[in-house]
Ligand binder design. Structure first.
Ligand SMILES: C[S@@+](CC[C@H](N)C(=O)[O-])C[C@H]1O[C@@H](n2cnc3c(N)ncnc32)[C@H](O)[C@@H]1O
Length: 385
């Protein structure tokens, strides 16, 4: 059994959490690259993991990154048939990809084969779209302790499927914010790994139902709540649409209710939920200017949100099973170099009956005013009121 490389997309920290939740023996080889050797690994992982864009098989190791060193790993196939190759290098800055690719090509052509290469648009990594669309035989080189680990790409993420789920669903609500399906999938995996089948997942701030959709695709039973009845009807229709696109999902057990997230026990049986996975209400994002009034406004928003989240965690404890998980995004506002966070909630989490397993994991564009910080809590038996 050879080890596999997992090449992460834009959210490497969350992608690594997802990977280790699904394959606990996985380790971090380099920034953006996971390594795992496990009999459970199959190529279909590339279509299940939200944060991994390529899966490669480790095929060797070299000391120096050179054209001749890499050329021997390229499968040249039949002479006369033009093969397309590419290389992605991880873990070093400023690699001269052009020279490397030309050297590999010349080395291969010495043996009478005709090849063409595809170079990355920028940096040293080929996009999964290019690898798939141009049928590129891709080598992966990852800087490690004494040289480079070489892998061959086996599968790339099904980018068209992810994009269809993001942009073709009947209802969207960009104003209240929607998670990309890939992120929702990472959250589902972070909470339940690959063991989601038959588990009950609740999103009490379900919005358009992105998390519910990804959990359903992982064969979970889902419950969606939102205070807005119109939103609930849209989330339900989005889930029904998903079931027409992916016939292998069963949504017959899914439940929706309209109600406040601090009152979930009115709708859900005690100790019946395996995991709560949610991106809650995050306050307004319409803050401009950066004046002192905005800082005051943010402080007030944070106070309100702390109250809401503490009320939620207190209530959710009732419906969670023992050791049930809460995977949640908390907002972090960035204004003029100052950071405003819901610190009180994190400080109180033990008192509220939770153990903080992971977090914070930051998610958001570097310039964004409101970023998300993901946390994974586990229900503990003790509550200190
Ligand atoms: C950030 S959005 C969730 C978006 C969702 N993750 C998605 O991808 O579509 C937050 C949702 O929480 C709902 N909401 C706000 N306050 C609430 C409360 N106190 N209880 C329940 N739902 C609430 C809003 O109606 C909104 O749909």
């Amino acid at each position: 059994m050879r080890p596999y490389l997992f090449l992460f997309g834009r959210t490497p920290k969350l992608a690594f959490l997802e990977l280790t939740s699904c394959i606990p023996s996985a380790s971090l080889l380099s920034e953006g690259v996971g390594l795992a050797q496990d009999s459970s690994i199959t190529e279909d992982l590339a279509s299940r993991l939200g944060g991994t864009v390529k899966v490669a098989e480790v095929i060797g190791k070299i000391e120096e990154l050179s054209g001749a060193g890499l050329a021997k790993y390229i499968d040249t196939g039949d002479t006369g048939k033009k093969m397309v190759f590419g290389v992605s290098v991880y873990g070093i800055d400023g690699c001269d990809m052009h020279t490397l690719l030309v050297d590999i090509k010349q080395d291969i052509e010495k043996s009478g084969h005709t090849v063409r290469y595809v170079a990355p648009h920028e940096g040293s990594v080929l996009s999964s779209v290019v690898v798939a669309k141009q049928h590129v035989q891709e080598l992966i080189a990852v800087r490690s302790e004494n040289g480079y680990i070489i892998g061959k790409t086996l599968a790339v993420q099904e980018f068209e499927e992810w994009s269809k789920r993001d942009y073709s669903r009947p209802y969207a609500d960009p104003k209240s914010g929607m998670l990309p399906p890939k992120v929702a999938r990472m959250l589902v995996h972070a909470a339940v790994g690959f063991h989601g089948e038959g588990m009950t997942i609740l999103d009490p701030f379900c919005g358009m139902g992105t998390i519910l959709g990804e959990a359903s695709l992982e064969r979970c039973r889902v419950i969606g709540g939102d205070q807005d009845t119109h939103v609930i009807s849209k989330a339900r229709k989005n889930l029904e649409w998903l079931a027409t696109v992916y016939q292998n999902i069963d949504i017959s057990h899914s439940v929706f209710y309209a109600g406040d997230a601090t009152g979930v026990s009115k709708h859900i049986r005690e100790a019946s939920v395996d995991a709560i996975i949610t991106e809650p209400f995050m306050g307004t994002t319409k803050l401009g200017g950066g004046s002192i009034t905005d800082a005051v406004k943010i402080r007030n928003i944070m106070k309100g949100l702390e109250k809401l989240y503490i009320g939620c965690l207190r209530e959710w404890h009732k419906v969670l099973k023992p050791s049930g998980k809460v995977m949640i995004a908390f907002p972090e506002y960035h204004l003029n170099g100052k950071i405003f966070a819901v610190k009180k909630v994190i400080d109180m989490c033990e008192k509220l009956g939770y153990t903080n397993l992971v977090g914070p994991i930051e998610y958001g564009r570097p310039q964004a005013i409101v970023k998300r910080e993901f946390y994974l809590f586990e229900k503990s038996s003790k509550i200190n009121n």
